[in-house]
Design a protein around this ligand. Structure first.
Ligand code: SF4
Length: 479
């Protein structure tokens, strides 16, 4: 990277090379981040603490994962925007220049910049990770671009040297008939809106939508479609940068950074949970069944029918009960009642020890955490005759369909959506969709609550309990 000073406009031209191409970016003196938007062409060079490294990366990941969940669940564009707003404010706030008096916008942008580069490096490792990162970084940039005001957007594009050849009035007149035939927008003066001349392969989505006029390898793009041009640039640059980062990754041997990058990658498959699970005082397992996620409903039903669960199913369910807030004594009482066909001696000998062990009061006294979805989805997959794990992963499509119907999902479209998500291996998103459907969150005029992608069975239960409490509160207010 190098820089030189443009003394006339008091800016610095910084350039960086990505994938063999050089990009020039104007930098404003005294303001490291003049814009909310960032093409991330220039990597950060400052030192950061280990704490910042970790927290910046995880916070950005929360936003990308939230976007993934909302998009995969086919949320409307407005819902995705609203969701992004909520999640960003929580994890990665980013305000425009007009709010610079109220917020530390330079700090916000620094975090945005650094966190992007950390994840870019972490997610450059495999093609699957690169594709994931590219997809949701593009989605994030697009939503931010749409949210930004036009003046700021233009200033950003100018600084990024993103200018396209504009057609003058005479050129537009020459193409009048063709432009009319393509329904190019007209301004209030009765003229065609501004048009850019672009190589047609740079705007495949516009070509596919027939939103541009094509002639001799060029696409004539109305200014109203500027977003497509910007997104093309963003995607191209980031894809190249990720390829480049993947090569650096191979040679990266930093003993402190590698474990942290590994940890970040693990989050791709589900974030770690804190030990603070329960939102319920004095829980009674049997009274909370309606709030159980499908995995636990399935175990509970089997337990009621057969008065028994096998080893891994017992661990899964027992740790879930622990997460709800049952004490070890309450758990023992629950299992004893449920294993009603097992006599006292056998129960004490074969089962009670393991139940207490899960609570850390036996053996090496480890305080085992309730298992999160990713553990249930990936570890100790059930063999024949075992029923633990995640139904969205383990059930065949006909069995999952039958289970959904049994649990009250009757709408064909809803069933199809869940089955498709499960088939495409988006198990947690399928579970979140199931939550939304069974809790009536998709009904129009109902609670406009948007939940994050389910990461943990106890999170599911808590969300369900809180939803019920909120609804009760609201209906009491209405009385
Ligand atoms: S996604 Fe998680 S909470 Fe939902 S059924 Fe699967 S394991 Fe249970």
């Amino acid at each position: 990277m190098y820089s030189n000073t443009d003394t006339n406009n008091k800016r610095t031209l910084a350039s960086s090379t990505v994938g063999g191409e050089r990009y020039e970016v104007k930098r404003h003196h005294g303001t490291k981040y003049p814009h909310l938007l960032n093409f991330y062409s220039v990597p950060p060079t400052e030192e950061i603490t280990i704490d910042e490294f970790e927290s910046f990366a995880f916070d950005r990941l929360q936003v990308l994962k939230a976007l993934e969940g909302a998009i995969l669940r086919n949320k409307s564009e407005d819902d995705v925007k609203k969701y992004l707003e909520e999640t960003s404010n929580k994890w990665l706030p980013l305000h425009s220049n007009e709010s610079s008096k109220a917020y530390l916008v330079q700090e916000e942008r620094r975090k945005d910049h650094i966190s992007h580069f950390i994840l870019r490096l972490a997610y450059s490792r495999t093609e699957e990770l690169r594709n994931w990162f590219l997809k949701y970084e593009c989605a994030l940039f697009k939503l931010r671009f749409l949210r930004e005001n036009p003046t700021e957007k233009q200033a950003f594009l100018n600084d990024e040297n993103m200018r396209w050849k504009s057609l003058n009035q005479a050129e537009k007149k020459l193409m009048k008939e063709e432009l009319n035939a393509c329904s190019i927008p007209i301004t209030t003066d009765g003229e065609f809106c501004d048009l850019f001349e672009i190589d047609f392969e740079k705007v495949p989505d516009l070509v596919a939508r027939r939103a541009v006029y094509l002639k001799e390898g060029k696409a004539y793009v109305p200014v109203t479609q500027q977003l497509s041009l910007v997104m093309y640039e963003f995607r191209q640059r980031l894809a190249k940068a990720l390829e480049l980062a993947s090569k650096s990754f191979i040679t990266l041997r930093n003993e402190r950074i590698m474990p942290m990058l590994d940890e970040i990658i693990k989050q791709y498959d589900g974030r770690t949970q804190t030990s603070n699970y329960s939102v319920i005082n004095n829980p009674i397992a049997d009274n909370l069944v309606d709030h159980f996620p499908l995995c636990m409903q399935h175990l509970y039903q089997n337990l009621c029918e057969n008065h028994h669960l096998k080893h891994y199913a017992r661990i899964q369910f027992n740790l879930f009960l622990k997460g709800i807030g049952l004490t070890v004594e309450e758990s023992l009482a629950f299992w004893k009642k449920s294993f009603s066909k097992v006599d006292e001696d056998k129960f004490q000998r074969d089962y009670a020890y393991n139940i207490r062990h899960n609570y850390g009061v036996e053996g090496k006294r480890q305080d085992y955490k309730p298992l999160n979805c990713m553990s249930l989805i990936t570890k100790h997959r059930p063999n024949s005759g075992e029923i633990h794990g995640c139904p969205f992963r383990e059930f065949s499509q006909p069995n999952l369909k039958a289970k959904l119907v049994q649990m009250g999902v009757r709408n064909d479209e809803h069933i199809r959506e869940i089955l498709n998500l499960a088939e495409e291996e988006h198990y947690q998103v399928a579970c979140t969709k199931y939550f939304e459907i069974t809790k009536g969150l998709l009904d129009k005029n109902n609670d406009s609550i948007i939940i994050e992608t389910i990461e943990h069975p106890n999170e599911y239960l808590n969300a369900s309990v809180l939803l019920e409490k909120n609804r009760k509160k609201m209906s009491n207010k209405d009385k």
